[in-house]
Design a protein around this ligand. Structure first.
Ligand code: MCA
Length: 504
């Protein structure tokens, strides 16, 4: 029988109850024993609110312990946990809550007023729980039993989490991640990256995404290791901690690694005591990979994943970590490169779409059977939309995207989302959004706009308008007013040409 991720957590609470599981740098340690108790109490609290198996439990909170308790507790009772970026403004939040038909939202007390104003439009949202991220949640649930009231989910097909991903043509879709998916992925990473019980992870990532929540936090919890958390990424604080020799594992997106590297400047700053430093969520630039080796004496381990799957490919823990490559399939993962037109497998050395199969691959999009069907080939391969190539010795290299997607600071921005928001502006007649290369962010969101006849608007107004509708990272960093777009014979905007014209 498969030992599920949540079972391993309970095992640690029995075998090493006093070991530190999680500690915020400025907070008290939470041991595995205490974690299990508070998660069980929070699970009992959720049951007392009437939350049942399959209900969607949304959380929009800054990085804090209560978020983690609710996350594990919701999954524990078989509910579907929906983490939401705290940067989502009300308009985006309303969409996610409406689409998911969440029954409960746990949110920051400071957003109480804003959220109450949209509750009336959300008939499924029966319960709101407001908390102060810094408050001690433990005392709020101390009257609930620390012993689990319900057995842990045993069905691998049961949905554990729902994570929204956007699309090129549609509004964001909820990817359904099962307990089996989480278990398979975390087991593969455990094996591939040699997670150890004595590991200490410095955790700087947000926890509303796969990277920070699953790859980093679940990884450490599954191993029975300790996680020390920074509430948000701060390069100076992170570098100081990394130099302290307390940590063995660190995970970041290239923008974080870039900032750490810049901060170290030309000084040598030996971090080779860390046994594992990984990079993901966006392509790691070659100069950063090489710069890290020189400055930090660390060879970053680059890996490749996506929300729908968790991690797929990884450079090896032992063996060559190849510059520019995302490595090889993780244990239990199958990968292939196909001709995007015919979907027939291509020989090594040829560029095609990366397709993935395995127990870690999500079960589909929430209430979107059509989109789910489109995501898979007839024989069950997931179409990733990423282009890549396999070398003869098995290493994969990504070569761009088949889909229209911008990655900025490790976050995905789908141009249509930004274009839809821009089109709501009364002065905008037409618009097109592209990603321009940027040393720090990987890519920057840039908008080209054709104004309506006689209408006026400037960059600041357009950005302020977007800010009310979109999370800050989706707001264009640059707005360029143009008279026309490069178009093909059918009048379709040629984004590649536009990108050439807009990006230096
Ligand atoms: C913040 N800003 C951004 C981003 N983050 N703009 C574009 N892209 C971003 N990613 C905005 C802020 O709102 C602010 O706007 C301005 O940039 C400067 O903020 P700053 O304080 O410098 O940024 P920060 O708060 O330090 O954030 C940078 C960051 C953060 C730490 C790199 O973006 C981050 O945590 N990224 C990691 C995302 C992640 O975990 N991705 C994993 C996805 P203003 O000044 O206008 O207010 S999971 C995934 O991709 C798959 C599965 C995988 O393989 O991992």
């Amino acid at each position: 029988m498969t030992i599920m991720f949540l079972d391993t957590l309970s095992q640690h609470s029995r075998c090493q109850p006093d070991k530190v599981a999680i500690q915020f740098v400025d907070g008290s340690p939470v041991t595995y024993g205490a974690l299990e108790q508070t998660v069980n109490r929070t699970a009992a609290y959720l049951l007392s609110l009437g939350i049942a198996r399959g209900d969607r439990v949304a959380a929009q909170l800054p990085k804090c312990l209560p978020f983690i308790y609710f996350h594990l507790a919701a999954m524990r009772i078989g509910a579907i946990f929906l983490p939401l970026n705290p940067a989502y403004p009300t308009a985006e939040l309303r969409y996610f809550l409406a689409d998911s038909e969440a029954r409960l939202l746990i949110a920051d007390r400071r957003k109480q007023h804003q959220i109450r104003t949209i509750q009336a439009e959300l008939p499924s949202l029966e319960q709101l729980v407001f908390i102060s991220p810094s408050e001690s949640w433990e005392s709020n649930v101390s009257s609930f039993s620390p012993k689990a009231k319900s057995p842990l989910p045993t069905d691998p097909d049961q949905t554990a989490m729902m994570l929204y991903t956007s699309g090129t043509t549609s509004r964001p879709k909820g990817a359904l991640i099962t307990h089996g998916n989480l278990t398979a992925n975390i087991r593969a990473l455990h094996e591939a990256w040699g997670w150890r019980q004595d590991d200490v992870l410095l955790h700087v990532l947000p926890i509303f995404h796969v990277h920070g929540l699953v790859v980093a936090l679940h990884g450490a919890l599954r191993a029975g290791a300790s996680t020390i958390m920074l509430p948000s990424f701060d390069a100076a604080a992170a570098l100081k901690l990394l130099r302290s020799k307390r940590f063995s594992v660190f995970m970041g997106v290239p923008t974080m690694h870039r900032r750490l590297h810049q901060l170290a400047g030309n000084r040598r700053c030996d971090l080779s005591h860390l046994r594992l430093m990984t990079s993901g969520s966006d392509r790691l630039p070659d100069d950063l990979f090489l710069g890290y080796q020189k400055t930090f004496k660390v060879t970053l381990l680059e890996r490749y994943g996506m929300t729908e799957t968790g991690m797929n490919l990884s450079n090896p823990l032992h063996g060559e970590r190849r510059v520019g490559s995302v490595g090889m399939p993780l244990p239990g993962v199958s990968a292939r490169i196909v001709d995007p037109a015919t979907e027939t497998p291509l020989p090594d050395g040829e560029v095609g779409e990366v397709q993935i199969k395995g127990a870690h691959v999500f079960k589909g999009y929430w209430r979107q059977p059509q989109k789910t069907a489109e995501a898979f080939t007839e024989d069950g391969w997931l179409r990733t939309g990423d282009m890549g190539m396999r070398e003869r010795d098995g290493y994969y290299t990504l070569k761009g995207r088949a889909k229209d997607l911008i990655i900025t600071g490790g976050l995905n921005v789908y141009p249509p989302e930004v274009e839809l928001a821009l089109m709501e502006h009364p002065a905008v007649a037409a618009c097109a959004v592209v990603g321009c290369p940027d040393d720090e962010w990987g890519e920057q969101v840039v908008a080209a706009i054709i104004l309506r006849d006689g209408a006026a608007a400037d960059e600041a107004q357009i950005c302020a308008f977007c800010r009310d509708r979109l999370a800050a990272y989706k707001v264009p960093r640059r707005v360029v007013f143009v008279d026309e777009f490069p178009a093909n014979a059918l009048g379709k905007i040629q984004k590649a040409k536009l990108r050439e014209a807009l990006c230096d």
